[in-house]
Design a binder for this molecule. Structure first.
Ligand code: B1M
Length: 211
């Protein structure tokens, strides 16, 4: 088996130590970090999701896979990061209320930092007021970014965008949304200023929004 196959299987089986080992091995073999991230680690999480949908695995296995994926991303971080810290301005980011998924958000954080943003990551399961409070604590933020991974938390994304747009600082900050169930149409419908399909395009969209 190739290192990529070993790595993919290690993620799917939630073997954190092996994921670290195979990610380092792939890098040592000269693999491109972006390829490892998109075509091996994220691809493996897709397979984990499929197995969960089929009922072949359950939440604990999904959680182990998520932890092992994070370990791989940590190994890749120094090879992916490039930008001058903070030069593009500040962005607040969080996963909306009721949603605990953070791997995608963390990748968005990484790519935005690489693009030169200072990112204030307020975590997961963030209420409307949590986002508002974060802005009050960081009134120099130029973007508030919202992630959602569940169809059931899309309404929370909508109400959070609405609350930001009704706030007295609405004209000072742009709102950006993303996550697997979100698309451009939904983003427009809920009044967000920007949408991005993945972490790399999130960084590009953020640059566009502040330019
Ligand atoms: Co959950 N889960 N999960 N899960 N989980 C999904 C999302 C699911 C699709 C699995 C499935 O059924 N096939 C399904 C959702 C179905 C739906 O809503 N239609 C699901 C479910 C049902 C659940 C629970 C309800 C299960 C249960 O308890 N019965 C539960 C909900 C918990 C909660 O949030 N309240 C649950 C729990 C969990 C774990 C905690 C075990 C774990 C998360 C651990 C963690 O994140 N720390 C987990 C995982 C790992 C997954 C899957 C397998 C993988 C998610 C992931 O990390 N993908 C997922 C299946 C799948 O995705 N195929 C699944 C990799 C990641 C890099 O991609 O997050 O999409 P993603 O991020 C991308 C883009 O979406 C985008 O960029 C990222 C990188 O390119 N992006 C943005 C994300 N945010 C963005 C923001 C932006 C722009 C782009 O701008 C602001």
């Amino acid at each position: 088996m190739s290192t990529y196959e070993d790595l993919s299987l290690a993620v799917q089986k939630g073997k954190k130590k092996l994921v670290e080992e195979y990610t380092k091995k792939a890098i040592d073999e000269g693999a491109d970090a972006t390829y490892i991230l998109n075509d091996v680690l994220i691809d493996a999480m897709g397979k984990v999701g499929d197995s969960f949908s089929k009922g072949d695995i359950f939440v604990p296995e999904m959680l182990l896979a998520a932890r092992s994926m994070k370990a791989g991303v940590d190994v890749l971080k120094p090879y992916l990061a490039t930008g001058a810290a903070g030069a593009m301005g500040k962005c607040i980011i969080g996963t909306v209320a009721g949603d605990l998924h953070d791997i995608g958000k963390n990748l968005v954080v990484m790519m935005m930092e690489s693009a030169g943003f200072e990112v204030v990551d307020i975590g997961v399961d963030i209420s409307e007021d949590g986002f508002i409070q974060a802005y009050k604590e960081n009134p120099d933020a130029k973007i508030i970014a919202l992630s959602a991974l569940l169809t059931t938390t899309m309404p929370a994304m909508e109400s959070t965008v609405k609350k930001i747009k009704e706030s007295d600082f609405a004209d000072k900050v742009k709102v950006m949304v993303g996550g697997a169930p979100i698309d451009e149409k939904f983003a427009v419908q809920i009044g967000a200023d920007g949408y991005a399909v993945d972490a790399a395009s999130a960084a590009e969209k953020a640059k566009e929004l502040v330019s």
